[in-house]
Design a binder for this molecule. Structure first.
Ligand code: PLP
Length: 503
């Protein structure tokens, strides 16, 4: 494809993408294809001769679109949103044109420097404490990761290294140190709650450290509180285990609950090595989805985000609820040396003057992979195109319609019961019934009926043995009338469930 061919292909592709967004409501939300559908439609090997763009492009609509579930559809109420927007798409376009494996500053200084700057902008917009800024008092800073799962793994690697360095005497011989590390590792434990996303468990699994789940229930609205954490820490101590890592969540996956940051600090001060002393427990805040809402000052206040000052790392996904397409997980650390010490492996081929003189940030030392894309460009475009005000309006609008949905569900008390929320544009509810079994069965059938309509998509979950439906309103294209229509579908399908019982 030459320059003119690219110009023509790009124009028709951009037109098709605009048309896709403009006509999205006319499509089914969830793909209706059977497993293996695509193999039947595509040749068994790549073409020997290159094909012209028009014949490639037409396959998007005929072969790919049937297998797409539309995450930007106004009827998408499942999981959490996976955002995109035109400024973000433009960022990706430039990023793919400027493609490079920008692991060191010298590999493209703008890639590193823009990342540092926009992550500082974002930290300020989210109201994070100063210590998470690259210019802050503790030499912290942010780095873009591919996902919240990569972020928690990166944080756990750094936490493990920090804990070992602080708790193993520095004057041992190499062999004695290796033995001490092996003994210590057998006792080290990462903690999370039953409401924490599974990525923390996966990180512990990958690192080969023990993992203990702390039970949280509806009694604390699925939040980790001081008494619950204190008990878990005491129980670890009794077993001779050494907690070194804890994930605290701002917006849990099932219910969007927020852990009690003040309570966590106080429990850690009393029942483990106090914050800022050797052998302290590293606290990672997973705000993958709800962290986006921190652009609103009222949410900064209600979640008490200022209290994470004594914690160690914080992560939120702009690619969930902040209009930036996958992937853009923004990970912050209070002291960047913790990442650099854990993740720097030098190899002659990567040496250069700027790095060797310690003048620059090399983001390969803050992450697991070596190469990295120019992801800050799309964040820069989104922050500049919408402005903080535009982002606040979007979060407030989608939160407001979520609240309305929750109220409508609550008002229909002869049919439904709200289990949690509305919280951060998420309501979790179920059908009422004479006993737990009937409520579970009705709710399970309701979820099935709603999703088989293909007009809207919801996800179900199980909370303390209670089958429930999660309904999320955070998608950019979702308006109040879409939610009103969705509520109509939910009621209609619930009536069908009840009618089905009469037969
Ligand atoms: N943390 C929370 C609270 C989540 O809800 C999710 C996914 O929804 C994740 C982590 C994992 O996100 P990612 O796909 O970016 O790894």
């Amino acid at each position: 494809m030459d320059s003119q061919g690219f110009r023509e292909a790009a124009i028709t592709s951009i037109d098709e993408i605009i048309n896709y967004f403009d006509t999205l409501p006319t499509r089914d939300v969830v793909s209706q294809v059977e497993p293996g559908y695509l193999r039947k439609l595509l040749p068994t090997q790549a073409p020997t001769e290159g094909e012209p763009w028009p014949s490639i492009q037409k396959d998007i609509e005929s072969k790919i679109m049937p297998g797409i579930t539309h995450w930007s559809h106004p009827g998408f109420h499942a999981f959490f949103p996976c955002a995109t927007s035109y400024p973000s798409i433009l960022g990706e376009l430039y990023s793919s044109a400027l493609s490079g494996a920008c692991f060191n500053w010298i590999c493209s200084p703008a890639v590193t420097e823009l990342e540092t700057i926009v992550l500082d902008w974002l930290a300020k917009a989210l109201g994070l404490p100063q210590c998470y800024l690259s210019t802050g008092p503790t030499l912290g800073g942010g780095v873009i990761q591919g996902s919240a799962s990569e972020a928690v793994l990166t944080a756990m690697v750094a936490a493990r290294e920090k804990y070992l360095t602080e708790t193993i005497p520095s004057d041992l011989t190499d062999d004695a140190r290796d033995d001490a590390i092996a003994l210590k590792r057998a006792k080290m434990v990462a903690l999370a709650t039953t409401a924490t996303h599974s990525s923390t468990k996966k990180a512990a699994l990958i690192l080969g450290v023990r993992f203990i789940t702390i039970p949280v229930t509806h009694e604390t609205n699925y939040s980790l509180t001081a008494p619950i954490l204190s008990q878990a820490l005491a129980s670890c101590r009794e077993r001779g285990l050494e907690p070194f890592f804890l994930t605290a969540t701002l917006g849990t996956t099932d219910t969007c609950s927020v852990d009690d940051f003040a309570g966590i600090s106080s429990a850690l001060s009393t029942h483990s090595n106090p914050p800022n002393t050797p052998g302290e427990v590293w606290v990672h805040v997973d705000a993958a989805y709800a962290g986006a809402a921190l652009v609103c000052p009222s949410v900064q206040e209600s979640t008490k985000i200022n209290l994470i000052e004594t914690f160690h790392s914080f992560d939120m996904n702009m690619h969930k609820w902040l209009l930036t397409n996958f992937d853009a997980s923004c990970l912050y650390v209070r002291n960047r040396e913790w990442f650099v010490r854990a993740l720097t492996i030098n190899q002659a081929v990567y040496a250069n003057e700027a790095s060797d003189n310690g003048l620059v940030t090399d983001y390969r030392e803050w992450q697991i992979p070596l190469g990295r894309r120019f992801r800050s460009l799309k964040i820069w475009f989104v922050l500049r195109s919408y402005g903080i005000k535009g982002l606040q309006e979007y979060i407030e609008r989608t939160t407001r319609i979520g609240q309305e949905f929750g109220e409508w569900i609550r008002e229909k008390r002869e049919m439904f019961e709200v289990l949690t929320g509305p919280s951060f544009a998420l309501t979790v509810f179920r059908m009422v019934g004479k006993d737990e079994e009937e409520r579970n069965e009705r709710t399970r059938r309701l979820a099935e009926k709603i999703n088989s309509s293909a007009k809207i998509w919801v996800t179900s979950t199980v909370l303390d043995g209670r089958y429930a439906i999660r309904f999320m309103t955070g998608v950019r294209k979702t308006e109040r009338e879409d939610v009103e229509r969705a509520f109509g579908i939910v009621v209609e399908k619930a009536e069908e469930v009840l009618r089905g019982e009469e037969r």
